[in-house]
Structures are given as structure tokens and as C-alpha cells.
Design a protein around this ligand. Sequence first.
Ligand code: SF4
Length: 315
Amino acid sequence: MTASAKKIPVGISSCLLGQPVRYDGGHKYDVFINRRLAYFFEFKAFCPEVAIGLGTPRPPIRLVKTADGVRVRGVQDPLQDVTGALADYGRQVAERQDDICGYLFKSRSPSCGMQRVKTWHETGMPGRSDGTGAYAQAIMQACPNLPAEEEGRLNDPDLRDNFIERVFTWYRWQQLKQCGLDPARLVDFHSRQKLSVMAHNQAAYRRLGQLVARAGRRGFDRRIRQYEDELMAAMRRLASHKSHSNVLQHLQGYFSRALSAGDRTEMSRLIEDYRAGLVHLSVPLTLIRHHLRHHPNDWALQQTYLEPYPRVLSN
Ligand code: SF4
């Protein structure tokens, strides 16, 4: 995808785009999101607290653990309970925005936080940071396969790569479903996706292969749903340097015999440098793409693994 190509629709907490919607009238503009991801993602912004009518600025709310489960209540007015309104709005967004291919949530928010949100006891004493925002929870329950992440976790290169890769994978899968899926198209999609899945989860790689091999039989729609669930669960798992290195070595096998001894040594050394954490994955991948251009192999060249998303997002 180039910057001029159609952008991928991705949901986002409005404050991360710099919109002054926070309870104190401020925002949480995120540089990486706005300066890098925005080239490729068309952000669809939602502020659930504004959407349910709390206004800006507004008195703060927080997660409170009660006998009836975790509730979202006013800090100053414990009788204010917006749990249901936030969850309803999350379900509405999930239903109406079925074209979004990912979601970026604001961390630590009682509405938008995906995980580790601060909770409180009814006595007013602080509890553990193990809550989930009511709006984020509703979105994730309604769309369990939708790639979702928090802005703070994008500072971790592995988590960032994983989120971006999942968004692009989900986008390609949605496009395929819109074109109309049949067994042949599923086989084609899966054969392009194989090395990416292998890097994330070897066991899922085998299960997906078996699913696709049976795709032409009865129950195709059921198999599609299984494939989708299994694929996105596999991609959620972080690929380790070891598993990436194994896939890189596998790829190397498609052209290494055509290389000079010096080029082979350079290739192997870069893979080892990556395995040791000395260079980013894009370094050996760039060299592999270079060698595949000179010694083409159709199967290897079609792998999404070679460029799972635009290279400018790789570092
Ligand atoms: S974290 Fe969510 S609810 Fe809070 S200001 Fe941002 S978008 Fe609105």
C-alpha cells in the first residue's frame, strides 16, 4: 500500500488524535499515531464519554468493584453509574462500524482502557489495576477478532509490529470476504499467509493447513468462521526472534543455492544478528527481498511475510 492508496479504516479514542474531549478539557495527542500510522490508517474517532452525554469538561468517573461486578461510577457522585450507557454505546459502534479493521484505545481510561485500568473499592480505597474500560470491553466482546491495542503499548516495537501486522491481515481478509470467498480463493489467501502464521504459531499453522485442505467439502461457511478465528488468534501471539529466524532460514532455502559463498555467509550472519536482537527484522528481510528479485521463486515471492505492511512502519 502506498500513502496515496485507500487508507485502512481504524477506530480510535478521539483524545489520541488531539481532540479536546477529556474530562479536564485536554487531549492525549500521540505523535506516532498521528505522524506515522495516519498515513495508512483512516482513523474513525469515538469518545464514548462525550457520546453518552457527559460533556466536556465533566466530573471524572472511575471503575469500582462492587458485589454486582465492576461498575463505572462518578468519583464525586457515587450514585452516577454509566456502566450500561458506555457498554451500549460500545455495542452500537461495533455494529455500525463493521468496516473498521482495528481499534486503538486510550490506556488507563475507565471507558477506553483495554487492560490494567485502575479500580477502586466501594469504600473509596484504591484497588488493583486489573480493570477494563466498559466501552472497550463491549467493543472487544462484540468483535473478538478485531485487532485492538492501546497507544502506550505501541512504544514496544514487538507489540507495535504485531498490531500493525494484524490490522493489515484483517484488512486483506475483509477485502477477500467482500469479493466473495470460495475454496479456491481461501487456498490462495492461505498460501500467501503461510509463513506469517508459521512465525506466530507453528501449531496453528498446521491446524489452518488442515482446515484449508478440507475447505471444498460440506460446511464451507462454518470452516470460514473457524479459519478466521484461528488465523486471528494465531496472529495475536507475538512471534519470537527464534521463530522469525526459523522462517527466515526457511525462506533462504528458496534461493541460497544460487548465491555465492560470500552472499550466503552474509545472509546467515544477518539472520543470526536478528536472532541475537542486534538488528530489526526488516534488515534480513530486505536482503531476502533483494536476493529473491535476482533469483525469483513464485511461492516465496507471494508471501505476505516478505512485506506484511508498508516498510516505513517497520522502525
Ligand atoms: S479515553 Fe476515551 S472516553 Fe476518555 S477522553 Fe479519550 S476517547 Fe474520551
